[in-house]
Design a protein around this ligand. Sequence first.
Ligand code: FEO
Ligand code: CA
Ligand code: CA
Ligand code: CA
Length: 819
Amino acid sequence: MSSLPIASYSDGDGDTSESTALSLNDLVARRYSRRATIVGGLKAATLAAFGGAFLAACSDDEENMAPTVDAGADASVASGAAVSLMGTATDDGTIASVAWTQTSGLSVTLAGADTNTATFTAPAVSEDTTLVFTFTATDDAGQTSTDTTTITVSPAAIAFGAVARNLDDTVTVPEGYSVSVLYALGDPIDSATPPYANDGTDPSFATRAGDHHDALYYFGLSANGNGRDDSNSGRGLLVMNHENINITYLHPNGPTVDADGNRPEGEARKEMEAHGLSVVEVSDSNGWSVNRGSSLNRRINPMTPTVFNGPVAGADFMRTQFSPDGTQGRGTVNNCANGFTAWGTNLTCEENWAFYFRRDPNIDNANRTEKEVTAFSRYGVVSSTGNYGWVTVQPADPEDTAFSRWNAEVSGAAATDDFRNEPNQFGWIVEIDPYDPAAAPRKRTALGRMGHEGCWPSRFIEGTRPAFYMGDDSRGEYLYKFVSSAVWSPADADAGDRLAIGDKYLDAGTLYVARFDEDGTGTWLPLVFGQGPLAVGNAIYPFASQADVLTHARLAADAVGATPMDRPEWTAVNGISGEVYLTLTNNNARLRPIDGTDAANPRHYNDPNPGGDNYGNPNGHIVRLREDGDSSEATGFSWDIYLFGAGSDLDADDINLSGLDDTNDFSSPDGLWFSRPTNLGGQGRPLLWIQTDDGAFTDRTNNQMLVAQPGSVGDGEQATITNRDSNGTTMEQSTFVGAQPGSSLRRFLVGPNECEVTGVDSTPDGTALFVNIQHPGEDGDPGNITSNWPANQGGGGAGSRPRSATIVITKDDGGIVGF
Ligand code: FEO
Ligand code: CA
Ligand code: CA
Ligand code: CA
């Protein structure tokens, strides 16, 4: 921030300066009972009214005159600018004191208010806002004069040059920014673990960074590292998900099987360990690094003991050989996006867990009830192998069920003799206390079971029930929100037993699913047992209890008539307005045919790259909604579509509806995050960060991250577009298109080859941005390495295997990233 002089200060040598203004000042002060002196425009008018002769006649009056003051010219600045108000005061005697005060507009804190030059930081605003300041001078006779100046503050605006689309095997950021690699696959999290060999020989990931870095969140630590300090931007804990693995690079020559076709125990255990989450302490001392010696460092993986909380804990269909009472579990898997709480905990979300289980319907359905078959089919628990063949491992210890637990087929006499119910233990929101490495993660069943992408909270407002917004990422799935039963009490933010506060807010409440109506409004439909179709009489799935409704939330949402969406990914909440944004990453023609569109999922078109025709909604969009009354408790909302993904070359009338150009075109939005309200990036008109996980635009650019400054719901217009399918059929569809972003949307980062950009957070002050790069080089293998990132970031690295990694982005001038 640079100092912005509003008026040049002159060391007013008042008594010797026979200026016209001084004489006039004396005159006006005398004639008008010594009330406030006026300078500027009125000065000329007054001069005209009284005339030069009168002025001259009074100029040698020996009476002590009031001071002459000038508050300087009016000015315009942007939020965040350092502003200096410079007043001048002259007098025929001496100036006893001066003072700056604010007389209207958004209140600011003035430094040096009792001097000629007062300074303040232009506050965050969402639209042009005027602030008026008064400069007062008092002379040795106690006479005062004042003048005012008006400062117009405009919203801070993104101010970097857009990064060009590119296919370079590196992370590209704008000029004036720097990238460093902080935490990559295999990095040790303690001092005893040797450096990562990165050739497939490392035997374990129990004390190393996992793979497929996804969502992340920064939790501040006190300066000495002993406890929580949300505001510390120099030391904190990064909590991040390791969603999945690039299995081929975890072994010397890819995964193997033994002579019987079974996976070796050591390989499978290593693959499990590379899943889950990391909690790692990081600090900034001339650059960011991981503190390997921290006692808070922790890996959570699919074997970590977990606890079930909420209405589903202990249900019959949760019982397993491992947990006969259905209250205990092992680990978490395929953790995708995330959320946080105001009481200092992390929420991690189980997404594509279903594919890790073996449950061949041709074998198992005969041993299941009709309800169970319906439920497992709806959730996709229908694999005849299970991911990575973990279930085939024959462990050295025959009592070890770490591998057999992935076999969800009925094999024993009762549910407590096998793992037929193990899939019901996944698909939940999991709360983790990052500050207590010994605390078992709690699965919060009141928030429902699905392919959870994320779980982002509403604003926490005293006396209001907080809400958590959750996408269910599969084609045609829904947007949900959970509204707590407990009203927010700010005292809970600092409680010592954080998971107990989680019990209060996350174990009881109402789960809703969204219906988007054609008129631009929507309804939150409650998923409550006994209401409407959520009852034993339901012909498709006879619901037996609230636990049944929550565990089979997808079936409940089907029954109440929720709106199927184009793959709901992340949600983000504008911390100022409370508006909720949801990425809908893409959808193919099979599930969104031309007659299957609706106002909230309106497009059906062709994006013919790469590799031939691609019909449906291959580029995705971002819908946003505003709760009625701006309340997290609302049961209704209004909505529009903030942004449509598209290449800039696609048809402007029906496809590229947001008018994207070469500086900001994109496809398949996924990660989504508003800058934190603790710094200017999240204030006024907050920055929205958009990350892509794309296959439709990758012929033109690697995956990317953009920054935007959106307006609000309803800032655009209703439009009717013409959809076209592969047969040449056309159909019209009405929708609500947000205002075109223009230059308020810009490409900030392009990632390396074959990566997805996902996961973003900053320090509270916004000067360090943490971003995750997931699965670079995912299409290659040890014999055909297709990315050398991150070893090649900044040069070198030839031949290196690719690694998912967390990067830190800083602005070279130390400012807030994005401005
Ligand atoms: Fe794990 Fe829907 O992305
Ligand atoms: Ca005087
Ligand atoms: Ca994702
Ligand atoms: Ca991915």
